[in-house]
Ligand binder design. Structure first.
Ligand code: EPU
Length: 337
């Protein structure tokens, strides 16, 4: 464990933004984490996982603790299911591939999502018809204030669309150190109902796909639409898809009959923000080194040396234009720091 001062976070955020941490330390075990927390009680702290869901708009005037806890294993199984535990610092996609290699089902639709396992519950990551709440059992976390362990079982996490208790009631109070998932060993619930997956599998004449084939299809779709953060700085979807009440939506839909939407409850619809942003003319637009990706309008990108402030300015311009044009408010999904 080595404490460093004025540490560049450029390689620790997938936007590739240059910003400095006043102090930085990477922890490799829970006991190291507890020691650091107890020794620095008065310091302001900032917890950093994979850095894949944040936009740094300033230097971080705090002790940045990078959670680098590694390890994954089967902890329990019966005839049909297996319980796997992953430490928070494991790369999510490598973890997903590891489960697939062992023929454990449940996470395959979420292949290639950037970030680390420990942050997946925070925003209940999801893609192609699956969310981690579908396989999540519990997670273990450390209370930052008193270093006590706490287990959060699924019901306590109050998962919603890109939402959980960790973004709300207990925000900034806990550090997730490991997560347990319950996966299938047989009778996998293959879910290819999400339009693009079926089309991608059909291209290869696959009718009854294996977990690996679903994962490969998802990887191909994501690669065709979403930029690789190693090549082009980005943070996945920058915005959430807005949820609008049917009452509010009716007059909007009457004015814009082509607007896409999905029923999500008796009273609400979800509108794809990507569609709104594209219609508003932002797709593929570049403002200096900040821009909107050419294949997926929900993704903001850093072409090289954009600052967090510049990307934030583009995001605000988009939000205001969407509100003015469609009367719909879109919210950032990434954490703006
Ligand atoms: N659309 C456009 N233009 C665009 C992008 C999308 O018109 O530039 C339209 C599409 O035509 C489609 C609809 O929007 O009708 C939905 O698009 P897509 O299926 O690509 O999904 P999304 O709503 O844009 C969400 C997640 C992604 C996830 C995909 C696939 C959110 C905020 N984003 O995107 O998650 O990969 O579904 O399930 O819910 C992420 O969170 O970082 C992320 C990439």
């Amino acid at each position: 464990m080595e404490l460093q001062s004025n540490f560049s976070l450029k390689n620790f955020n997938t936007f590739g933004i240059e910003a400095q941490a006043k102090q930085f330390i990477a922890v490799h075990s829970v006991s190291e984490l507890k020691t650091i927390l107890s020794q620095n009680k008065m310091e302001k702290k900032f917890i950093l996982g994979g850095g894949s869901n944040m936009l740094l708009t300033q230097n971080i005037d705090a002790l940045v603790i990078h959670i680098d806890l590694k390890g994954k294993k089967v902890i329990q199984e019966d005839d049909n299911f297996v319980w796997v535990e992953s430490q928070a610092g494991e790369n999510w996609h490598e973890f997903v591939l590891w489960t697939i290699d062992q023929n454990f089902g449940g996470l395959e639709n979420m292949s290639l999502i950037p970030g680390n396992v420990g942050t997946t519950p925070v925003q209940n990551i999801g893609a192609y018809g699956a969310e981690i709440k579908d396989s999540f059992v519990s997670c273990e976390a450390i209370n930052i204030e008193n270093q006590e362990n706490r287990i959060f079982i699924k019901d306590e996490c109050r998962f919603g669309y890109r939402e959980s208790i960790f973004k709300n009631d207990v925000k900034d109070q806990f550090i997730i150190t490991s997560v347990i998932f319950k996966l299938t060993k047989n009778n996998h619930k293959i879910n290819t109902s999400y339009g693009d997956i079926t089309t991608e599998l059909a291209k290869h004449n696959i009718i009854n796909p294996s977990l690996k084939e679903v994962s490969t299809a998802v990887i191909a779709i994501r690669k065709s639409k979403l930029p690789n953060p190693k090549e082009l700085g980005n943070s996945g979807s920058f915005f959430k898809n807005p949820i609008v009440s049917k009452k509010e939506f009716a007059p909007i839909h009457a004015k814009f009959p082509d607007m896409k939407f999905y029923d999500i409850s008796e009273t609400e619809v979800k509108v794809p923000a990507g569609w709104l942003i594209e219609q508003a003319g932002f797709k593929g637009k570049r403002f200096g080194d900040a821009g909107v990706h050419k294949n997926q309008a929900l993704v903001l990108v850093n072409y090289g040396t954009a600052t967090g402030q510049e990307i934030l300015a583009v995001s605000k311009d988009i939000q205001q234009t969407i509100l003015k044009t469609f009367g719909i408010r879109i919210e950032a999904e990434v954490n703006v720091i």
